[in-house]
Design a protein around this ligand. Structure first.
Ligand SMILES: [Zn+2]
Length: 386
């Protein structure tokens, strides 16, 4: 059943001209008995939201649990899954969430003689004083870490034809190491994978090996063409990264299932993406705590952007409170993919260990890999939009 009240015909037509209509999928006529209490408030809310084209859609999940999500994925109706991931998916790889106070990244930076800790990730400061950033980059160099169960779960989603794209806030490149590549990925805060000359006239691109050599030889990376600085493509404070070109236009409206993992959804514009999927699109959060819940006021008005796990109106958002790895394993088990996932992790980790040993033999990193094993790559979070 649809909760949207019927509109007079004229109005209906007008509305269709002005607003993109929601897909009118009436597939689920049997459920919805719980909507019995049709209070005046409900009526007003529904009228308001349907007039604005913001009406809630029919329930897609049979139940708001991990099992409900698994049943939906197995139903074959779920071809376009988007994943949105943050630092929490990489913590089990040994990469700390630098925002968390315990990891104390900023507290650890007196040795770099910065005017204030965040300066190390500020583009203007970097252009004048690149040394602290590259010293930190050496210490925290990415690539010594192995992707997690969660990363490989996304690779499985891809291999099985369910993944449309992964939007990551992380710059540790572990999605790529796990086998997501090119079109599979939007790296919202940039990546260490490529680097560019900072000169606007030049913008020469450099690859990871080139940058790695510079970082480990403690040369300040300079462009071979024009001698300007070369910077990894992570987004610094004061740079216009990400936000403009951050999402692919059709991804969110066409999304069948949004899986949000390891992010507290506090940094814009990334966090706002959860509101871009259609009203009917189920959203699964796998995280150590609930996140992204609607502002009560906006929720009342039906601007369905925020997550709603618990209210009487909850119809599509599922929170699975656990580590990302545990959540992915649990979901994989419900999907019948658990053995395959564990096998994939085992094989890939063995392959990466093999590669590391090769590198050590070649001696190209002069033992650096071992030295930095306790460190971690981190990125500046772009500042919250005001
Ligand atoms: Zn250049």
């Amino acid at each position: 059943m649809s909760d949207a009240p019927e509109l007079p015909k004229e109005e209906e037509e007008e509305r269709e001209e002005e607003l993109t209509p929601e897909p009118e999928d009436q597939s689920d006529d049997s459920s919805g008995e719980e909507a019995a209490g049709n209070t005046e408030m409900d009526f007003l809310r529904n009228l308001f939201s349907s007039t604005l084209g913001l009406g809630s859609a029919d329930k897609v999940l049979d139940e708001l649990t991990l099992d409900g999500v698994a049943q939906y994925i197995k139903s074959g109706k779920c071809k376009n899954i988007l994943c949105m991931v943050g630092a929490g998916i990489s913590t089990s790889a040994g990469i700390p969430d630098f925002r968390s106070p315990e990891t104390g990244l900023y507290a650890n930076m007196q040795k770099y003689n910065l005017p204030y800790p965040e300066a190390i990730f500020q583009i203007d400061y970097f252009k004048k004083h690149p040394e602290p950033f590259f010293a930190l980059a050496k210490e925290l160099y990415p690539g010594q870490f192995k992707p997690t169960i969660c990363h490989y779960f996304m690779k499985l989603l891809k291999d099985k034809g369910h993944l449309r794209r992964c939007y990551t806030q992380n710059i540790d490149t572990l999605e790529r190491v796990a086998g997501l590549e090119g079109d599979d990925l939007i790296e919202a805060h940039g990546t260490f994978f490529t680097s560019h000359c900072v000169s606007f006239c030049c913008r020469q691109e450099y690859n990871l090996d080139w940058m790695r050599d510079k970082i480990f030889s403690e040369d300040i990376p300079r462009c071979d063409k024009c001698s300007s600085l070369v910077k990894p493509d992570i987004v610094f404070f004061g740079e216009n990264g990400g936000s403009a070109c951050m999402f692919e236009g059709n991804d969110f409206p066409r999304c069948d299932l949004l899986i949000i993992m390891g992010t507290s959804l506090q940094v814009q514009p990334f966090a706002g993406l959860v509101g871009r999927v259609s009203k009917g699109c189920p959203r699964l959060l796998i995280n150590m705590e609930k996140a992204g819940q609607a502002d009560p006021l906006f929720g009342l008005l039906g601007f369905g952007g925020g997550m709603d796990f618990d209210s009487e109106k909850a119809y599509r958002d599922v929170a699975h409170i656990s580590t990302c790895d545990d959540g992915c394993l649990a979901l994989a088990e419900l999907l019948g993919w658990k053995v395959e996932l564990e096998e994939l992790v085992k094989q890939e980790h063995a392959r990466i260990d093999g590669q590391e040993k090769e590198k050590e033999k070649v001696g190209e990193s002069k033992g650096a890999a071992a030295e930095v094993s306790a460190a971690a790559p981190v990125a500046p979070e772009p500042k919250k939009e005001e």
